[in-house]
Design a protein around this ligand. Sequence first.
Ligand code: FES
Ligand code: FES
Length: 137
Amino acid sequence: MRKIPALLDHYSNPRNVGSLPKTDVNVGTGLVGAPACGDVMKLQIRVDPNTNEIVDVRFKTFGCGSAIASSSYLTEMVRGMRIEEAEKIRNTEIARELCLPPVKLHCSMLAEDAIKSAIKDYRSKSRNVRPTIGLMG
Ligand code: FES
Ligand code: FES
């Protein structure tokens, strides 16, 4: 049987679609838009505060097939990754894996922006809740 191209596979069978509870202090939410076309991506991660590992991840994307495939691929990539690693992901890695044509590069940029923004949200939430250990005692 011929292998289904990754782009088509992730577009027609997207992984990890859905939401995580925003009120959970270990959940970070990224909501980003692509200025080039107006598409929107919401990406949520749940982080284990002891290890900084991404233990769960969900997305909802209102956009083109390449944006949906990029977010689906990204969710598989970041599960189990530490947030310090995940924030280094470049959209070019996603675009290369999915063989996106140049006009669709901005679709993978949406996924890079979304994971960065979700990590930022997680960090600002956890800063407000947990005192920094260095400041205590
Ligand atoms: Fe709107 Fe991509 S341009 S779906
Ligand atoms: Fe705009 Fe894909 S995200 S065309």
